[in-house]
Design a binder for this molecule. Structure first.
Ligand code: SF4
Length: 404
């Protein structure tokens, strides 16, 4: 995906340069939003939107997180809570960020306000509360019904009320009424980009897969931080065309692909390359993941902008019941025809670690899909052992081979 990689590089540079400019310009507004929060509503009010979790992932990927976590723990934040939170707050306290080093000053941008949606965890609220105080900027929290089995009318009504309150909050902050046409246009763009992102991910159902989970963790950036903007849609249409072309030319992300796996849980940002190389050296392609799929929003619909946002942000995987997750994993693993599931038990994110309530056993019992659990973390590399994980993965692949 050489062309898309180049395009992504310049897209990210332009996006962050614009955020930096907006942060320094008193006539422009910056909002901070959670990664699965209703960014479309903020964009409809003209806010430039920044996502601290994206900054957290950058701290992980650049392996600087462990330099910053102690700053937050020395303030009393436990090292057992989200290491995005501790590394991001630590980075602020240290006054250093790879974002400003790569893309210029005024980054991360100063927020005019912050919007957290609790559909993923409670950490985000505490995280945003810290920055709300630090920057004297108002915080609004969108509440969601939790751990849903099926989406019921009362869930949607509750969430719609929450989003309506968000609109009132933003109208108060900006002094202008919401423009419904702008919101509908933004939701349409977001939905189309999410659909294109889904089609890109689904292309890994091809054997051999043209790309893997490791590639997806890089190329997912626009759907997380630019959804609702035309550039995100344009990007995924481009990526889809390139992947389709690669399939036509017989390209394999893992030459000689012999095994196919599903990754369940958070990426281990500081070990993406090492894990990608390790799987590839064993002719194993990780072809699908819950994580990359988490930014597919099938519900978004320009005819019902607010209601469809209510549905889309309620029905995300992390906010579902164990029974829903079980069915989802079995169905997705069948679609991608995987040989096994790698569950990542992330020490500081129980919400994205689905190994605590016997889900892997139930999935295996019902579907016959074998699994392993890799202990690690999204950012805190003290929780991850390269040697032990390597042995575990090699042993697992050998077992898959034997069972054929
Ligand atoms: S879902 Fe997990 S990784 Fe994401 S913000 Fe919450 S605790 Fe952190």
């Amino acid at each position: 995906m050489k062309q898309s990689q180049q395009k992504l590089k310049s897209l990210m540079a332009a996006y962050f340069a614009e955020l930096g400019r907006a942060s320094a310009d008193p006539n422009q507004r910056v909002a901070w939003c959670t990664s699965a929060g209703p960014a479309e509503v903020l964009r409809a009010f003209g806010y430039h939107v920044f996502f601290p979790e994206n900054h957290g992932a950058l701290l992980g990927a650049t392996r600087t997180a462990n330099d910053f976590i102690p700053y937050a723990t020395s303030m009393g934040y436990s090292s057992n809570i989200c290491s995005y939170l501790t590394s991001d707050i630590g980075s602020y306290l240290a006054g250093k960020s790879p974002l400003s080093e790569a893309f210029g000053p005024n980054l991360p941008p100063k927020p005019d306000l912050l919007v957290a949606c609790d559909n993923q965890c409670r950490e985000v609220e505490e995280w945003f509360r810290f920055f709300s105080k630090a920057y004297s900027a108002p915080l609004h929290v969108v509440r969601t019904p939790k751990f849903l089995d099926t989406m019921e009318t009362h869930h949607l009504e509750f969430m719609l009320k929450e989003l309506t309150e968000l609109v009132s909050f933003l109208e108060f902050q900006t002094g202008v009424d919401i423009n419904h046409e702008t919101l509908a246009r933004t939701v349409a763009l977001s939905g189309q980009a999410a659909a294109a992102w889904r089609r890109c991910l689904d292309l890994a159902q091809t054997k051999p897969a043209p790309w893997t989970f490791w590639d997806g963790t890089i190329h997912m950036a626009p759907i997380v931080i630019m959804r609702g903007l035309p550039i995100a849609l344009d990007y995924y249409l481009h990526l889809e065309a390139e992947l389709t072309q690669m399939i036509a030319s017989g390209y394999a992300a893992v030459p000689g692909e012999k095994y196919r796996f599903y990754w369940e849980g958070m990426p281990i940002w500081g070990r993406l390359r090492a894990l990608s190389d390790s799987f590839a050296s064993q002719k194993a392609a990780v072809v699908a993941s819950t994580y990359c799929n988490s930014w597919i929003y099938d519900a978004f619909n320009a005819d019902e902008p607010l209601l469809s946002l209510a549905q889309g942000y309620c029905e995300i995987f992390i906010n579902r019941s164990e029974a829903y997750k079980e069915n989802y994993l079995i169905e997705t693993c069948r679609q991608f025809d995987v040989d096994g599931i790698i569950y990542h038990d992330a020490k500081t994110c129980p919400y994205n670690s689905n190994t605590h309530f016997a889900l892997p056993e139930r999935v295996q019992k019902r579907s016959g899909i074998p699994y392993i659990v890799v202990e690690g973390d999204l950012n805190d590399l003290r929780c991850f052992s390269d040697e032990q994980s390597q042995i575990k993965i090699e042993t697992f692949i050998a077992q898959v081979e034997q069972s054929r």
